[in-house]
Design a protein. Structure first.
Lengths: 403, 403
């Protein structure tokens, strides 16, 4: 991981000029995607990793959902596309994570889906009782795991620092629970290596893809299960439905403890005993918001033709511009300089980060403050121009220098 | 309960004439509410108890949410009203169930909220292990209870017929789980009597208000907790967020097993250990869909000035019109004739109910078929005219007579 000193660090290069940034925009093969989003004129939005912007198509999709499907078709819409939405939209997420279409479903929230999977994993091999995760993981993962281990007698949540994880995977490990890209530092786990390591120890692995899906190439390969968020890089809207994936080989063995009627084998048979639905259907719980589902589907349609390799290339270039800005003022960058070791945001430490971010927002540059000392900027190649990131970097330099 | 024979049953009266129905509409004190909803011209919509129609104000509320709050304000909206929405909207539901404003929160689905409350109730007094519910309860209640008892060692779900419930409440009962108005028959439990009975036995009680809230007067009084649905009589839209209530005296003792970050005491402190939020905040789990929340809030604003007593009076009158239609063709009505013993829908048995309902829908009368032999019609006084129900009754008579 780089220290961010603006001297001879590998990967450092001086800030490009504004004209050079504009030239990059002129030859950017992704430039036309920007028009598919509503990007307010008054801000530089480097917060797509917290809430992706509104896809233009979603305005009409949402109006159609509300006015035609709900207003006019009413209850009839349940058989005209609503009932199948979780699986249909899940299939549109599948290529973004390297899963098969019938291994993904859209449902509930990341938190609820983690709960389902952790309990299922703990029941898979009752001899294994430990859920292993990383200190400083995104909090809901640890909070939910606390709740889930309380539901399985003898189960335990073990949280260790990243550098102690390897030594902690053992024959008591039921589940390794990792977040692919760290929400704060942007460090990326080596997914194939960690999946292999968990399997070698006889454990299952669950990946949280919230900060990677839609931003970088993800190949879930033979991981057992995963969850992910719809409202960040997938642009599904505030509180968009989350998704979850279960490898086909586990689908008939994993059970859903949140055994609601929508996951029943025959929801409209209205029978008293629960019987799990086939495949991913069993992971549904209650009735999903169709307003939320329609926005999610429209967002996925908006990016269906995006080349993920082009995203990664541009993301790396945007990173370099922002990193150079941080370097120029001596900020410590907590994000790895090697693109293969990170996601698509960049974070710097600053002792007065909360104030710095407030002032940046007042200057029209929207990023995130993350406690206690992190300035975080989302780099979303779909709709950010090189010029945007150049300007954001210049504002960061000016703001920090002014203090 | 009435048998529905069209002879001398108490409460039977002959079908009024169409002109009389129109006269009722002319003097209906609720008539002006209809204009607040989008009611398609081509159908008689007697299915508001499955999916309430679109409130006109929701069209603009939804557009504002999507285009201004999301599209323009982006992440800033979280501090401009989004974060507080679950409690703020919960407070708008509170008067509909007789709870205090700070006893209700809007979150997740009925199924997820039931799960949270059942586990909390089972942990309340570890000496009590039984969740008691009714055979034929709305299926998700029983399905979710199956999942929840599996999370508490020694816990058990006991499902008995309605007439055996009284004898089954005992000193092993942790929780009595009842649905206030039955989704199929429309029978209503005597809420004060059952709450008292549970408490007398030292048990907790949880009411599912999905088929009563917004349709009839509900006074949760000293019940321990309850859940309810936003998409039926509250008109919050397909898959609207659900709500839950916990009596203030339990709020610091009940814990949420679905311990997600949004229910944390300080969600943005990002600390590893979970610490429950104050009051109802702890019942939040993941990030809620703000599209769904906005539609829910708009729906509640739409009906904020409705007089529930007037609703009940009109509901009873609409019931009589529809009941008389059923009587005229000898259908068995499974719904009690005494308004105090029912909710706001009416159900008839017909051996070929599925086909009859298909044909009625083809005639433009939308109700529900409920397996195996139930024709169900929602009577929603806010936007149904007397004439609508008269016409629906006439179509029912014609359809059944034609067979």
């Amino acid at each position: 991981m780089g220290t961010g000193k603006a001297t001879h660090h590998e990967g450092f290069r001086p800030l490009i000029t504004l004209n050079e940034a504009r030239a990059c925009d002129d030859s950017d093969p992704l430039a036309h995607f920007r028009d598919r989003f509503v990007i307010p004129d008054d801000v530089l939005y480097l917060d797509g990793n917290s809430l992706g912007p509104l896809p233009r198509a979603t305005i009409d999709a949402n109006r159609d959902l509300v006015e035609r499907q709900w207003g006019d078709r009413l209850i009839r819409s349940w058989t005209e596309g609503w009932m199948d939405a979780p699986a249909r939209i899940g299939a549109k997420i599948a290529p973004w994570i390297g899963a098969a279409a019938d291994e993904v479903i859209v449902a509930d929230t990341v938190s609820a889906n983690l709960f389902k999977l952790i309990v299922a994993a703990l029941r898979y091999d009752p001899a294994r009782k430990v859920v292993l995760s990383e200190a400083g993981n995104f909090p809901t993962n640890l909070h939910i795991a606390e709740g889930a281990v309380g539901c399985v007698p003898g189960a335990e949540l073990r949280v260790v620092p990243r550098d102690a994880l390897k030594g902690a995977v053992g024959d008591d490990t039921a589940l390794v629970l990792l977040t692919h890209v760290h929400y704060k530092t942007c460090e990326r786990f080596d997914m194939p290596a960690w999946t292999a390591r968990a399997h070698m120890a006889g454990a299952l692995i669950c990946w949280d893809l919230s900060h990677s899906v839609g931003a970088i190439a993800v190949d879930i390969a033979d991981a057992d299960c995963s969850v992910g968020c719809g409202y960040k890089f997938l642009n599904g809207g505030p509180g968009a439905p989350a998704f979850m994936h279960v490898a086909k080989r586990h689908q008939e063995r994993f059970g859903n403890v949140l055994s609601g009627w929508m996951g029943h084998a025959a929801p409209f048979a209205f029978t008293d005993p629960y019987a799990p639905g086939l495949g991913m259907e069993r992971w549904r719980t209650g009735t999903p918001s169709m307003l939320a589902m329609a926005a999610m589907e429209s967002a996925l349609n908006t990016i269906a033709d995006v080349d993920i390799a082009a995203l990664e290339t541009k993301s790396a270039a945007l990173f370099d511009i922002m990193a150079a800005a941080g370097d120029a003022i001596g900020l410590e960058c907590t994000t790895p300089r090697d693109p293969a070791q990170r996601g698509s945001h960049i974070s710097f430490r600053h002792p007065d980060a909360e104030n710095v971010m407030s002032c940046l927002i007042a200057r029209g540059v929207i990023g995130d403050f993350r406690t206690p000392d992190i300035l975080r900027f989302g780099l979303t190649p779909l709709y950010l121009k090189y010029e945007d990131v150049w300007r954001a970097g210049a504002e960061l330099v000016e703001e920090v220098r002014s203090r």
